[in-house]
Ligand binder design. Structure first.
Ligand SMILES: Nc1ncnc2c1ncn2[C@@H]1O[C@H](COP(=O)(O)OP(=O)(O)OP(=O)(O)O)[C@@H](O)[C@H]1O
Length: 255
């Protein structure tokens, strides 16, 4: 078992934001994290990444409690791509991607051949090799998003946590990105709003509502008209003719 949340809760500002979430992400699997705005997806991702401590329960990485691991150890293993990443300094695309190597560096050492290889691979995988010398600030929103993903890949993590990674991307780059995440031998958790993309690319789905798990399982078991109506308050037709067996297709109906 790679990543495991055991009865995890988190409160902020006097409110319970994440409420007793239990889930497992087996090594190499892609878990889609769904739920309406404000349901607690980003908060849960931060807990899974060790960026927040649960007020109750525990997050375990290969059976070891995150809270008991050294920060650097977690940083080498777990990469996070937040919803709105920004870079203060004026850096090129390649320089931003190279920041992903920081957790692997000794205090005084320069870049190694392994660092160069990881950066090259990340640039190629995210279709950014031709933009490597461009200034990060001068890129489009979608390009910036891909650079942040490349930076996370350059980290060569074993667990990759992505918060709505497709929200600035055009259709091709949405499909390419999620296909890449699924193809890489990584354990990933991806917060998504697009239920069809989740059905195509994720092995399992978890749906949050008011910080609690409303459903957890294979896409075909989770994405039912009943669940979509209950959680999103939207009528939908679900057909089993999606991108392969067990991968439903969702069509929303105007009320
Ligand atoms: N530090 C905080 N202090 C107080 N409330 C917070 C804090 N962080 C998040 N919240 C609240 O917790 C709830 C869940 O927020 P979160 O960002 O986890 O939801 P989300 O599912 O990722 O939403 P979205 O789909 O809109 O990105 C929201 O109501 C938010 O205002």
């Amino acid at each position: 078992m790679s990543l495991h949340a055991r009865e995890v809760s988190w409160s902020a500002g006097g409110a319970l934001i994440v409420d007793g979430v239990t889930l497992d992400v087996p090594a190499g699997a892609t878990l889609g994290l769904l739920g309406p705005n404000g349901s607690g997806k980003s908060s849960l991702l931060r807990l899974l990444a060790g960026l927040r401590r649960p007020s109750d329960g525990a997050v375990l990485l290969d059976g070891a409690e995150l809270g008991g691991l050294r920060r650097r150890e977690v940083a080498r293993r777990v990469a996070v791509v937040a919803q709105q990443a920004s870079t203060e300094v004026d850096l090129t695309v390649e320089q931003v991607v190279r920041l992903g190597r920081i957790p692997h560096r000794g205090s005084w050492s320069g870049d190694t051949a392994a660092d160069d290889r990881a950066v090259e691979r990340a640039l190629l995988d995210t279709d950014l090799a031709t933009l490597r010398d461009r200034r990060w600030h001068a890129l489009s929103g979608g390009e910036q998003q891909r650079v942040q993903i490349a930076r996370a890949l350059a980290q060569e993590p074993r667990e990759l946590l992505l918060d709505e990674p497709t929200n600035h991307l055009d259709v091709r780059h949405q499909l390419d990105l999620l296909a890449l995440v699924r193809r890489l031998p990584l354990t990933s958790v991806v917060a998504l709003h697009d239920l069809n993309l989740a059905a195509i690319f994720c092995d399992r789905l978890v749906v949050l509502a008011h910080g609690r798990v409303a459903a957890l399982g294979a896409p075909a078991d989770v994405l039912t008209p009943r669940l979509i109506a209950d959680v999103y308050e939207v009528d939908a037709e679900v057909t089993p003719d999606g991108a392969g067996p067990g991968r439903p297709s969702i069509r929303f109906l105007a009320r």
